[in-house]
Design a protein around this ligand. Structure first.
Ligand code: LLP
Length: 421
């Protein structure tokens, strides 16, 4: 007999002084909830990952650009990576300064590179052609180059960002052309960076690629920044007992690489990592409401307001998110296999297929775990639906709105004056 399924969030006291019912009643549904204590704990785990005095942790803003969360991340002493003028604007509003921002972009206009140079001390480009564009807007300037180590990692082909089948990075065959472009515009190469892909639970490929980057760095004497990228995984199968990445073990192995490199080469510069998901994924539960249940042939569908405009990851990457179910009352509802879907007009709008959950009923609340990374950040107005609000459960358990829900007026506001018929 299973009335609700909430042991994970309950064990963390995730919702503080509120219940999921109260939160959706007060702020509407669907709703992203963030827990400040968990966010701060992840930031601290990253800050203490390494004993190397020169390791900078640059939070990858693309995972979640909420201004209030960025402020907390800055308070915890992290730097940031940005890849668009929008991210720059948010980071600056949150208090990050030029020296705290690493701009890692690809395929952008010269004006964007010029802006990046004004607002960040470390701008990286990832092709010889972009080195030329950079040289034109900032001749004689300092630049970083993103290289491709030939080793990729990630939870889905679409997020493996190094190796053969990817647009990213400068491959070793192009290093001579890169040197020539740097010379042509008198650019000073201050660092190398890479990002092998997103979500590894086995650190081996990351460490292997890190070792490659360190060897490659020796080909470019005079650099002072070596950036290994992000990709640190978080467990999405919590109810099946999936273990977290062993950060202690990772840190020890990583440190061994870094200190051997310093000893071998006398390198006195900085190292950088760019974790996005690890920082923010686990501090959020996305809440939604069940509006319909039905059997279509053998499949029991649970219809919710969590369409793929709200959480795109299951639709795009077949990503798995654990679900919880919160409900009032004590009525006996057995567990059964159900398929949880959203309210978007596409058959692929499936949040979770064939999941064993307590039998859902209209009015129940569904919680989607680990929704903080690439959740709200990838939400859209598809079907002209409104992107959800975001609420923070503060360290003392109280709650407050940190981003309002879109309004229909927001949808209309982007059009130039459009007279009434
Ligand atoms: N640095 C660079 C240059 C990146 O492109 C990324 C992510 C990161 C750092 C941060 O990676 P993380 O630590 O979060 O794995 N939307 C996908 C993930 C896309 C990642 C894109 N780049 C998802 O929902 O799984």
């Amino acid at each position: 007999m299973m009335l609700s399924r909430n042991t994970y969030s309950a064990s963390l006291d995730f919702f503080g002084q509120s219940t999921p019912e109260e939160l959706t009643e007060n702020f509407g549904s669907p709703l992203y909830i963030y827990n400040e204590n968990i966010l701060r704990a992840r930031c601290r785990a990253l800050k203490t990952l390494s004993t190397d005095p020169g390791l900078k942790v640059c939070y990858s803003t693309k995972a979640n650009g909420n201004l209030h969360l960025l402020r907390i991340i800055r308070e915890e002493g992290l730097s940031a990576d940005a890849m668009s003028p929008g991210e720059l604007a948010l980071l600056r509003r949150a208090g990050f300064s030029n020296k705290d921002i690493c701009y890692v972009c690809n395929n952008v206009a010269g004006e964007e590179l010029a802006q990046a140079c004004r607002e960040s001390d470390h701008v990286s480009v990832d092709s010889v052609s972009q080195i030329e564009s950079f040289g034109q807007v900032n001749p004689g300037g300092e630049i970083m180059a993103r290289v491709n180590p030939g080793i990729g990692a990630g939870h889905h082909d679409k997020v493996v960002t190094a190796g053969k089948n990817t647009k990213f990075g400068i491959v070793p065959d192009d290093f001579d052309n890169m040197r020539e472009a740097l010379r042509k515009y008198r650019l000073k190469l201050i660092g190398l960076n890479q990002h092998v892909g997103s979500l590894f639970m086995d650190p081996e490929p990351y460490l292997e690629a890190a070792a490659w980057l360190l060897r490659t760095a020796e080909l470019f004497p005079g650099i002072r920044l070596i950036d290994f990228g992000g990709g640190f995984g978080t467990p999405y199968h919590k109810y099946a007992g999936e273990k977290a990445l062993d950060m202690k073990k990772f840190g020890t192995e990583f440190d061994a690489l870094l200190s051997a490199f310093r000893a071998r080469t006398g390198y006195g510069g900085s190292f950088i990592i760019e974790p996005g998901r690890y920082t923010v994924a686990e501090c959020s539960v996305l809440l939604g409401r069940v509006h319909a249940v039905k059997n279509n042939g053998p499949v029991r569908y649970v219809g919710t307001d969590i369409g793929f405009n709200v959480l795109a990851r299951p639709m795009i990457y077949d990503a798995f998110h654990d679900l919880e179910l919160y409900r009032r009352g004590t009525e006996d509802r057995p567990p059964m296999v159900q398929t949880v879907v959203g309210n978007i007009c596409e058959t692929g709008d499936v949040l979770a297929a064939g999941r064993e959950l307590p039998e859902a009923a209209v009015g129940d609340i569904v919680g989607v775990l680990d929704a903080g990374a690439y959740g709200h950040a990838m939400s859209s107005n598809y079907n002209q639906r409104l992107r959800p609000a975001e609420v923070l459960i503060a360290a003392d358990g109280s709650c407050r709105l940190i981003r309002r829900r879109d309004t229909v007026e927001d949808l209309l506001a982007v059009y130039p004056e459009f007279g009434a018929f």
